[in-house]
Ligand binder design. Structure first.
Ligand SMILES: Nc1ncnc2c1ncn2[C@@H]1O[C@H](COP(=O)(O)OP(=O)(O)OP(=O)(O)O)[C@@H](O)[C@H]1O
Length: 640
């Protein structure tokens, strides 16, 4: 039908143009039609037909009507243009803008904040996101207590399927323009998706976003204050958490592989601080390390270093067999100093030397960098570079006698490794080497690692911790003073360490106490609420316990029962501190003094009996015998 319209109009136009009685002269129409172009030309022709048909019967002059329409249209056009020019000027001169890239962690904080804004939640254009919570966040989630499900006559077990079903998605503003209010001020938000890839021969994927915040006024201060608030809110309980970041690649992906996937730091966890006392290590050594880092992080230190022309860097080498606490101590240190921890494993297959340098250059001023598996650096080096200069790693500090026992020298260490039957370690190494070799195209060479660690642009002020299971294979250059300023040896568990591990496992923890207090707060008779304030017990008699409390009570019961049900009652053993000390001592006496069992192995054994210290004591003898046979025969499986 639309196609027929021009044809009809064209035919009629010929008739009209020959008619000298028309109100509009045909020659004017002929000259106007091409000027107006396609659609308008056809419309004009249709208008002329209608004018011809009804014109004689109308009182008004059709030319006048047409002119009026024309004027209105022109006014509209001019008005619009003036409005857009004026709003452009206002936007340019009277509005302030701040943009946030999706590569910046502030972006995540902002999205989380926006998702909680009521006005934005009612927006007509939203993006739904599945909320992924960490294990620690879920603990706080009182609403979604797991249900108990019977399992084929074995008993009732926790089932979390209802959590998945009930967990509501988070709604955040969709890409485009939005508006919201904060502290009585209106903010505009523009969420724009972009491609970080500009090469014309590569398909463009919208792999990054920019949030543009704006507000009325010639100062961006309101936006800055909003961003400060968003950040503060995110870090509200930060003193109790350690932020863990790891490299993440972007801009590449399987489609763009080979076209320069770039790495940046990605927040992978915000976990509770690991208390220093939970890492079982010689107290003097811990103190030495804490003092050293404290001194280095002191605000006066940068000036001291600068005035002497020394680069502001401090490196630590944690070495020893697997499962002896190197990573644990690094996390505990980050917690003590309230620093974020940036973890890089040199075995990361997609990590290139360029990426490593970029990652080091983008570190914040104060942080802990945990560089794992540094003994694998150089696995992919050219043959002339591939033989590392072996060096015996000695403890730099006096009084670190423990270091020599396991890692006294390369030969000795190897021997001890064999004696210890660390076949699991060997297997791990072989797998690591295989995996590294399979990616030799991208492995990190020694010079690449050194460049990243102390290249010109490398961030000063960070605490670098390098870990290795094979200190004897490290290149001298990597651990020379200036790169490694203190070495800490980690050993398999001594009897004293075993005793400490045992005590830590069974001593009353905060959770038990919290649960007890929660149970106290949840009245059983529905009339009395008991709370504890500043050490005093306060009894509030509330005859009308409202629905809220009743609901809370129900949920409390659900949570309390769910947290206990997996452990049969005969498993739970209450134990006094005095008894615990005695049992821990007996337990330690049954651990070989030759230090062939790692703290991780002891922890694994205790975890299987985590509520029953007496059972752990009764079974430790058999377990140790089993472990010794296992290590001797180099078998990796255990029945205990
Ligand atoms: N000295 C220790 N004190 C307390 N816990 C320890 C200790 N050593 C190991 N563990 C426990 O063993 C597990 C593994 O420890 P961790 O990852 O710190 O060992 P690692 O030396 O870094 O091992 P790897 O060399 O394989 O990376 C952790 O769960 C940790 O709690």
């Amino acid at each position: 039908m639309p196609a027929a319209l021009p044809t009809l109009a064209a035919n009629t136009f010929e008739v009209v143009s020959n008619d000298t009685t028309s109100a509009l002269p045909a020659n004017i129409m002929e000259s106007l039609a091409p000027l107006l172009g396609g659609q308008f030309s056809h419309l004009l022709k249709v208008f002329m037909v209608m004018e011809k048909m009804v014109g004689d019967r109308l009182v008004l002059n059709p030319a006048l009507i047409l002119t009026s329409f024309g004027v209105l249209w022109a006014v509209n056009r001019v008005g619009r243009q003036m409005y857009s020019a004026a709003s452009g000027l206002v936007d340019q001169h009277l509005r302030s803008y701040v943009s946030i890239s999706s590569h910046d962690e502030l972006y995540l904080h902002m999205i989380r904040f926006l998702g909680a804004q009521p006005k934005l939640a009612e927006s007509l254009s939203l993006t739904a996101e599945t909320i992924s919570k960490t294990a620690w966040e879920e603990q706080d989630d009182y609403d979604l207590a797991p249900t108990m499900m019977p399992v084929d006559g074995y008993g009732e077990y926790l089932n979390f399927s209802n959590q998945k079903a009930k967990a509501p998605p988070r709604f955040v503003p969709a890409p485009g323009a939005h508006e919201f209010q904060y502290c009585g001020r209106t903010f505009q938000l523009y969420r724009r998706q972009e491609s970080s890839n500009n090469a014309f021969f590569i398909p463009h994927f919208k792999d990054r976003e920019t949030l543009i915040m704006s507000c009325f006024g010639r100062s961006p201060e309101p936006i800055k204050s909003l961003l400060r608030h968003v950040k503060e809110e995110f870090y509200l309980d930060h003193h109790a958490k350690t932020v863990v970041k790891r490299p993440s690649s972007h801009g590449g992906g399987h489609m763009n592989e080979g076209y320069g996937a770039r790495h940046s730091w990605m927040l992978v966890a915000n976990r509770p601080v690991r208390p220093m006392k939970t890492v079982v290590l010689d107290d003097d050594r811990k103190k030495q390390l804490l003092d050293d880092i404290n001194e280095y992080l002191h605000p006066d230190t940068p000036r001291w270093y600068a005035s002497r022309g020394i680069p502001l860097r401090r490196g630590y080498l944690f070495y020893g067999p697997p499962g002896t606490g190197k990573t644990s101590l690094s996390f505990a240190l980050a917690g003590v100093f309230g620093l974020d921890i940036y973890v890089i494993s040199l075995l990361e297959p997609s990590l290139t030397e360029d990426n490593l340098a970029t990652l080091f250059n983008s570190l914040p001023r104060r942080c802990v960098v945990l560089l794992e598996d540094i003994d694998t650096a150089g696995l992919s080096r050219p043959p002339d570079e591939s033989t590392p200069k072996c060096r015996t790693v000695e403890s730099v500090h006096e009084g670190q006698g423990g270091s020599g026992e396991n890692n006294g020298g390369s030969g000795e260490n190897k021997g001890s490794s064999d004696n210890n039957g660390n076949s699991a370690e060997e297997l791990r190494r072989v797998l690591k080497i295989q995996s590294a070799n399979s990616t030799t195209k991208q492995g990190i060479s020694l010079s690449g690692l050194l460049n990243a660690v102390d290249g010109v642009a490398s961030q000063e002020g960070r605490v670098l911790i390098m870990t290795t299971n094979k200190p004897e294979t490290l290149d001298e250059a990597l651990i020379r003073p200036g790169r490694v300023d203190m070495q800490i040896a980690f050993t398999n568990a001594s009897q004293k360490q075993a005793e400490e591990l045992f005590k830590r496992m069974y001593e009353a923890d905060g959770t038990d106490e919290q649960r007890r207090l929660a149970a106290e707060r949840l009245p059983t008779d529905g009339t009395t609420v008991k709370t504890q304030q500043n050490g005093y017990h306060v009894h509030n008699h509330s005859p009308n316990l409202n629905d809220e409390s009743a609901k809370l009570k129900e949920k409390g019961k659900e949570v309390a029962s769910s947290s206990q049900v997996a452990v049969p009652d005969d498993e739970k053993q209450d134990i006094t501190p005095a008894e615990l000390s005695i049992i821990a001592e007996e337990f330690a006496a049954r651990i070989p003094s030759s230090m062939i069992i790692s703290p991780a192995e002891i922890q694994g054994f205790l975890l299987k009996r985590k509520r029953n210290p007496r059972r752990a004591l009764a079974e430790v003898g058999d377990w140790v015998a089993d472990v010794i046979v296992q290590k001797k025969n180099r078998t990796k499986t255990s029945h205990m």
